[in-house]
Design a protein around this ligand. Sequence first.
Ligand SMILES: Cc1cc2nc3c(=O)[nH]c(=O)nc-3n(C[C@H](O)[C@H](O)[C@H](O)COP(=O)(O)OP(=O)(O)OC[C@H]3O[C@@H](n4cnc5c(N)ncnc54)[C@H](O)[C@@H]3O)c2cc1C
Length: 391
Amino acid sequence: MSRELLIAGGGIAGLAAAIGARRAGWEARLFEQASAFSEVGAGLQLGPNATRLLREWGVLQQAQLQAFAPSLLRVRDAVDGRELGVLPLGEQAEQRYGSPYLTVHRADLHGALLRQACDAGVRLHEGVRIASARVDGTTVLARTGTGAEVEAEALAVADGVWSELRQQLVGDGPAPATGHVAYRALLPREDAPPQLKVGEVQAWLGPRMHLVTYPVRAGSAVNVVGFVEGRVAGAGWDHAAQADALRETAAGLCRALQAVVEAVPEWRLWPVHDRAPLQGPGQMARGRAALLGDAAHPMRPYLAQGAGMALEDAAGLQRVLQPCDDRVLDVPTALRRFALNRWERCARVQQRSRRNGRIFHADGLVRLGRNLALRAGGESLLDLPWLYRGG
Ligand SMILES: Cc1cc2nc3c(=O)[nH]c(=O)nc-3n(C[C@H](O)[C@H](O)[C@H](O)COP(=O)(O)OP(=O)(O)OC[C@H]3O[C@@H](n4cnc5c(N)ncnc54)[C@H](O)[C@@H]3O)c2cc1C
């Protein structure tokens, strides 16, 4: 008997879940509230744990992904500009983990996933919001924004950091603001300062701020993102910004970092929200509903793994859906197994993302200690086998 997964949300988590469901032999119906499937935002780093899954699903092989393979990660102190550590990526990452470390534009990853979902036979519904869902032991009954009812055997909740469905199912309030904001920009390679044309991921760590740059779009553009602590009054979600706070912060920092900030004509501001690390499997599965991606575990982007965890969630869902036909495994048990398999790793990544923020933004003695540690053990501190080997 054919079984159907209903997916709420067509971001990276939702599209990947739909692809995974099809590969597990399920029907997949995906609802995205936006009237066109499109992804805003700038760049994403994808560790080997994420690219391994994209390769398995055929997404990595798509030309429209326009991925870039940076040769290394270089970390500097933002105050004096001195190098603190280097992690070789490129060939070394591929050899060590059997899969590359890549950088992509979010829209390109989203487009490649969308195409794969279409080819896999996912039924896509644009401009339809899932307003509510009731999940019990026997069925999922969802209601769209226009009042239509949709029934399925299981529900994937992939409606992002603002998840309304999480409020209905878990009821633990909205994801709080962290007080950190991200200023994001994309520079054509020809407009970028010379130090950004080197094909590397570069990070400058400064007091209460850090800035990261890397090539995207097959090297034709450079992604720049600066994170600054301090609440921005009335800040909305993803809007054009003057970046005064970033410029003021950069004014006291090294010349190379100032040159990067000055080279950017237009910034978009993105307030960072997260949740405390998951406490248990009950926050990732309820009856016939599984929570994935930012709906389940929104995190600070300081380990560059939010999308990576969303892709791993989808692969985890695929694994439990495969044997799930009510004779071998029933749906609530399968989804509970999914949550049991996933929650601790996601919690660890959330926790490490918060810790990285404190280390990156350190000042005074803590900054000096960080710099000493990075200079002494750079590569071994920057490499993360527990993460890149996959979950
Ligand atoms: C500045 C910044 C830098 C980052 N850098 C990295 C990085 O380098 N590497 C990395 O792996 N991650 C990174 N991330 C994190 C990553 O972007 C997110 O974790 C990931 O995009 C989450 O995907 P998602 O599908 O869970 O959520 P979203 O992308 O938010 O998608 C949710 C979708 O659901 C739709 N939706 C919402 N409600 C409903 C509803 N009721 N019905 C139907 N549809 C609905 C929305 O319109 C949206 O399309 C970064 C994040 C930020 C902010």
